[in-house]
Design a protein around this ligand. Structure first.
Ligand code: NAD
Length: 367
C-alpha cells in the first residue's frame, strides 16, 4: 500500500504530515511512502532527505493521488484535492468536522474513507495517536516564548550589582494540555506562575509544576464528559470573572487556553480587565481562533490596547515545524499501526479508536 504525503495548502502552514525519519517506520508497517515534491521544505526537510530513507518523490500531485491508498495531511483537503481523490482512498488529517461538513459529504459521495485526527478518543491506549495533545503542548510552550519576548522585563528574578529585579508574574487561564505546558515553560524561565481552571482536578497538576492554583468557589465542579470542561452557570461565571480581574491586574503576562468542546471559547478577560492591567503587560490568547478568551484579541493579529500587547495566534505549532511535523507523523504512524493488520487496512467498528475517528466509510457517514 502506498502512503501519500501531500504538500499543505493552508496559508502560513509550515508543517508536513511525515518527517523523513518516519519513512522507515512506515516501511516497517509494510507501507511504501510517496511524497509530493516540496512537501517538507517549509519544515526544513528536503526531498532528498525523504528519498534517502526510501520514499518516492512525486512531482505531480494527481499522480500521487492516483497511486495512493492512504493520503495524509495536517490540514483538511481543499476542493482541488477532493476532486482528485479516488474511491476507497483512506484520507487522514485534522478535519475540523464542525466547519467542514460540505467537504466531508463530498468525500463520502466519492467513497473516500475519512479519518479525523481531532476525533481520536482521549483514552490511555490512544495517547500515542493524540495529535491534539502533541500540537497543544507545542503551542503552550511557544505561547510563553512569544509573550516573554514582547515583555519589556526579565522573566526570572535577577540579582544584579545594581539591585534585585523580581520575577515576572504569569497567569495561565485553562490548565489542560496547552496550559500545563505553558506553566512548565514559564516556570523554567523563572517566572512566578498562577493558574486557574474550572476543573478542580487539575489543582494538583498545577501545583506539581510549581505554580499556585487560583481557587474560585463554584456552585458545582465544571468537569464534564471525557475529562473536558462544561460551560459555567451565571453565578460561577461572575465569581470567576471577579477573581480573574484581580489576578490579571497584578500579572505581567496572561496566557489564555480555555476551551469547551463544541462551544465558542468562554470570554475570560474583558475590556475593563485589560484596562486595569499594568502598562507593558502582555496577553496571549490561544483561543483566538475559536472566538477568543479575551474580548479584544483578533485571530492572527498583534494589537496594543490600553498599553497592553495582545496576541491571537491561531497556528503556533507551525512556528515550530521541525518538532511539530515529527510528532504529528508519529501520531499518524501510531494510528496506522493500530489499523493495519496482516498488511491490510482493517476497520473494526467494535474498536473505540476506529469508531470515533472515522467520519465516513464505504459511502456511509456517521458524523
Ligand atoms: P481543552 O483544550 O478543551 O481546554 C483547555 C482547558 O480549558 C481545559 O483544561 C478546560 O478545563 C479549561 N477551561 C474550559 N473553560 C474554562 C473556563 N471558563 N475557565 C478556565 N478554564 C477553562 O482541553 P485539553 O487540554 O485538550 O484537555 C483537557 C483534558 O482532557 C485534559 O486535561 C485531560 O484531563 C483530558 N485528556 C486526556 C487524555 C488522555 O487520557 N489520553 C489526553 C488529553 C487530554
Amino acid at each position: 500500500m502506498l502512503l501519500g504525503i501531500l504538500r499543505e495548502n493552508r496559508a502560513g502552514e509550515t508543517r508536513v504530515a511525515l518527517s523523513p525519519d518516519g519513512v522507515s517506520a512506515a516501511k516497517k508497517l509494510g507501507l511504501e511512502v510517496g511524497i509530493e515534491a516540496g512537501a517538507g521544505s517549509r519544515s526544513f526537510f528536503s526531498d532528498e532527505s525523504y528519498q534517502v530513507q526510501g520514499a518516492r518523490i512525486f512531482h505531480d500531485r494527481s499522480e500521487l493521488l492516483a497511486d495512493a491508498d492512504i493520503a495524509v495531511q495536517v490540514n483538511p483537503p481543499d476542493e482541488d484535492v477532493i476532486t482528485q481523490l479516488k474511491a476507497d482512498t483512506v484520507w487522514i488529517s485534522f478535519m475540523s468536522p464542525g466547519e467542514n461538513q460540505d467537504r466531508i459529504r463530498s468525500m463520502e459521495s466519492a467513497n473516500v474513507t475519512v479519518m479525523s485526527m481531532e476525533s481520536i478518543p482521549r483514552i490511555s491506549r490512544a495517547q500515542s495517536m493524540d495529535a491534539l495533545s502533541s500540537m497543544a503542548s507545542i503551542a503552550g510552550y511557544k505561547a510563553v516564548l512569544v509573550a516573554a519576548s514582547a515583555l519589556g522585563k526579565y522573566m526570572p528574578m535577577m540579582m544584579t550589582a545594581a539591585g534585585t529585579i523580581p520575577p515576572a508574574k504569569v497567569l495561565v487561564l485553562g490548565a489542560g494540555v496547552a496550559g500545563l505546558q505553558a506553566i512548565a515553560t514559564a516556570r523554567r524561565l523563572g517566572a512566578a506562575v498562577e493558574a486557574f481552571d474550572v476543573r478542580s482536578a487539575v489543582k494538583e497538576q498545577v501545583e506539581s509544576l510549581g505554580a499556585a492554583f487560583v481557587e474560585v468557589e463554584m456552585d458545582e465542579d465544571a468537569e464534564g464528559e471525557g475529562g473536558y470542561a462544561k460551560e459555567l452557570d451565571q453565578s460561577s461565571r461572575e465569581k470567576q470573572q471577579e477573581l480573574i480581574h484581580k489576578h490579571a491586574a497584578k500579572s505581567d503576562i496572561v496566557i489564555t487556553t480555555a476551551l469547551v468542546p463544541g462551544k465558542k471559547a468562554p470570554v475570560l478577560v474583558t475590556e475593563p480587565m485589560v484596562r486595569d492591567m499594568m502598562p507593558g503587560s502582555v496577553i496571549l490568547d490561544m483561543a483566538a481562533g475559536q472566538g477568543g478568551n479575551c474580548e479584544l484579541s483578533r485571530p492572527d493579529e498583534e494589537i496594543e490596547q490600553h498599553q497592553v500587547t495582545i496576541f491571537g495566534p491561531t497556528n503556533l505549532p507551525a512556528s515550530m515545524p521541525v518538532n511539530a511535523s515529527r510528532l504529528y507523523g508519529k501520531n499518524i504512524l501510531a494510528l496506522l499501526g493500530h489499523l493495519i493488520k496482516d498488511g491490510k487496512m482493517t476497520f473494526d467498528f467494535e474498536d473505540q479508536i476506529t469508531r470515533d475517528t472515522i467520519l465516513t466509510h464505504n459511502g456511509k457517514g456517521g458524523r
